[in-house]
Write a protein that binds this ligand. Sequence first.
Ligand code: G3P
Length: 248
Amino acid sequence: MGARTELGSPLFLLNLKAYPRSIGTGAREMGRTLAQFSKMTGVSVAIAPTPPLVGLLASELTIPVLAQHADPFEAGARTGHVPPAAVRASGAVGSLVNHSEHRLPRDAIAAVVRLLEAEGLTAVVCAGDVAESRELAALCKPPYLAVEPPELIGGDVSVSRAKPEVIRATVEAVHQVSPATRVLCGAGIKNAEDVRRSLELGAEGVLVASAVANARDPPAAIQELLGGFPSAPAHRAPTPPAAAPGTG
Ligand code: G3P
């Protein structure tokens, strides 16, 4: 299989989940906006849409698209499952694995990560705390591990504010057992300051959902969050393209 797509670091990974606003045309608009702001700011981004939209968004967008889930199966007689081979065929470059809202048994996590790797896809393995992060990093040495305390997911208080020690300790624990794994953090991340703190605590990016996917004004939410990345001056306005000589 081909080489894995490099997602970049620090990374803004947007999980669209399946909010009423983030399915259908909402997902396409959020994806286009995220691609546009990534281009303007230079921040590395990726998006994980609801399963029925993975192929469409992968064909429409210029940014990496990930599946929200994959199953530990080869391609074959499977109904409603998501084999990594189907993720690759859809044009996506990787998948979340073991998200808090779609947990898998340990042996399935290891098997999915192996199958994703065999397909040249990037695994972002999710864990709920420091101990689970260490265990899963040791088990499957994934390219990315995202720590998300379940009780903070979807709330208004971010992991970087409520549990900064979890981010710091996860980075340390994961790097002890799998030095090449990049640690992301998520849960309740709502603004640029939450992103800045996460990166200061050692995370190489953030995994965000409701702040954008359930927002009344997703472009404003994306702009705010990307403002927390070092290469993105907060609230930088888009630069209009320069007029060609003689056309002004
Ligand atoms: O996958 C991201 C996620 O679980 C965090 O959700 O809504 O707290 O940003 P949220």
